[in-house]
Design a binder for this molecule. Structure first.
Ligand code: 4AD
Ligand code: MG
Length: 460
């Protein structure tokens, strides 16, 4: 069975030949003695039109095929220069692999994204989600390519962890099953307790583990699921999301920004080349400015501004903000979007945030008040990347951890990295879903996660 991807990408080879294709019915229009089936097989965005006549043995069955049915079609592929589609398949046989029922929820009309969220098991069959999830897959691949081409080592960091990397206390705790549900033998671990007697959680970030590998391999990256128990019920927060976290030894904040900008451009360029049909569709139906924006980004240079400068710019606009800006406050989405959408009109790196609103591991600047942090903000979303140069001085790091009343014993391994051959180093975390939102123009994180876990939602 030939995939539609092969047929569409090598049309000359297949025209005027007999092919066998498979797919699901998108629509079926029948007249007295002929009909048109549109089928999509998932391998290519554009569906294929099939013409069938009453010369088919099972013409009546074909004419009754409903949307969603699975079929195998054999026939000749012929050019249709005068039609919208470059070719169609003239069926010599249609075999029904799996019929469908009239209750099938995806009929030919357009459904709202809200409605489609209620049927996560069926929505991958729609045009929008075909486009989004193929692009999601390509973005993942492109990220691997980008780092692998540059010699970065992919590190699999653990999901169960004892450290709270971001220090925000937004962790999902891990416990073993409650006692009653598990038959126990004498001397076995105590169920209903923490992880074999230790307090553990689902990871919020692989960074601290990543740093240990960077101090051995120099350039590494992690890529995996991360979890946050924050009660942020917004369009850009999920409780389970993926993060890609590169970490580089012998590197400073400039190196971090350089690689972050290069990475985003590389990934966007990859998708522009490899998913043109999908992007065209999204540009037409989801986000009208998408293609222009993506093309513009790969050519533009990202803006740079310090937190202190950004606060000065934002304070002049305090009237328009719900949260008023003053030095020391965390930037809210409304501030981030104002900077990137109104002031710079392209991605912007904001650097050197106050130490008190950032994590313990960031390198203290000479002013003693700010740290070598960087967030990358993009139009339409706000923060897409958070990163920093790390504190590499043993005494300063220890002092900061003590100030924050952290359990030093738990982080001995981290302090060791500063005892034994400490280096300048840094890295960042790219929110994978936010990157996919940015590249697809989708405005809700629930629509770029195959099975979203957000506040109050864990279906399927
Ligand atoms: O800024 P964050 O919290 O940084 C870290 O976790 C660092 N350890 C990264 C590093 O330096 N290695 O998170 C990084 C990115 C954010 O910029 C955002 O894009 C995304 O992760 N993110 C979320 N995405 C979806 N839902 C959430 N709840 C998110 N929280 C953070
Ligand atoms: Mg952040």
């Amino acid at each position: 069975i030939t995939g539609l991807r092969d047929i569409f990408l090598s049309q000359e080879e297949y025209l005027d030949t007999e092919v066998m294709v498979s797919g699901w019915v998108r629509s079926n229009r029948d007249s007295k003695n002929f009909g048109f089936l549109v089928i999509s097989d998932g391998t290519f965005f554009t569906p294929l039109q099939v013409v069938y006549h009453d010369s088919l043995e099972n013409f009546a069955q074909a004419a009754k095929l409903g949307v969603g049915a699975a079929v195998i079609v054999e026939g000749k592929l012929v050019a249709t220069p005068e039609a919208k589609q470059p070719f169609e398949l003239q069926a010599s046989s249609i075999t029904v692999e799996g019929d469908t029922e009239a209750s099938y929820p995806l009929q030919k009309k357009r459904h709202t994204l809200e409605y489609l969220r209620t049927i996560p098991h069926l929505r991958p069959r729609t045009n929008t989600f075909q486009a989004v999830f193929r692009i999601r897959s390509q973005v993942a691949f492109a990220l691997h390519s980008f780092f692998q081409e540059r010699g970065f080592v992919y590190v699999h960091t653990p999901i169960i962890t004892a450290s709270d990397t971001e220090g925000a206390g937004e962790m999902f705790q891990v416990t073993t099953l409650p006692l009653e549900s598990v038959p126990m033998e004498k001397g076995e671990v105590q169920y209903g307790e923490d992880f074999f007697g230790k307090k553990t959680s689902l990871t919020v970030s692989g960074q601290l583990n990543g740093e240990t590998f960077a101090q051995a391999f120099r350039d590494i990256y992690t890529f995996g699921p991360t979890f946050r128990a924050e009660k942020s019920n917004t369009q850009r927060h999920a409780a389970e999301f993926w993060m890609i976290e590169p970490e580089m030894a012998f590197a400073d904040l400039d190196d971090v920004m350089f690689i972050a900008e290069d990475m985003l451009k590389y990934v966007i360029q990859y998708v522009l080349v490899n998913a043109p049909e999908e992007l065209e569709f999204l540009n037409q139906f989801v986000d009208k400015g998408l293609l222009d924006r993506l093309n513009h980004i790969v050519e533009s240079e990202f803006a740079r501004v310090t937190y202190t400068e950004a606060v000065e710019i934002l304070q002049k606009q305090n009237d328009r903000f719900e949260y008023k800006v003053e030095w020391g406050c965390d930037l809210q989405t409304e501030h981030e979007r104002y900077l990137t959408e109104e002031v710079y009109k392209r991605p912007v790196f904001v650097t050197d945030y106050p130490k008190d609103i950032k994590a313990f591991y960031m390198k203290l600047n000479e002013d003693g008040k700010t740290v070598a942090a960087v967030d990358c903000l993009v139009p339409g979303i706000g923060e897409i990347i958070g990163g920093s140069q790390r504190e590499d001085d043993y005494e300063k790091l220890k002092k900061r951890m003590e100030e924050l009343k952290m359990d030093l014993e738990e982080y001995e391994f981290y302090l060791d990295l500063r005892r034994y051959g400490s280096t300048r180093h840094g890295g960042f975390g790219l929110g994978f879903e936010r990157a996919v939102m940015y590249i697809t123009g989708m405005s809700n994180i629930r629509d770029v996660l195959p099975f979203p876990r957000t506040v109050g939602n864990c279906e399927l």
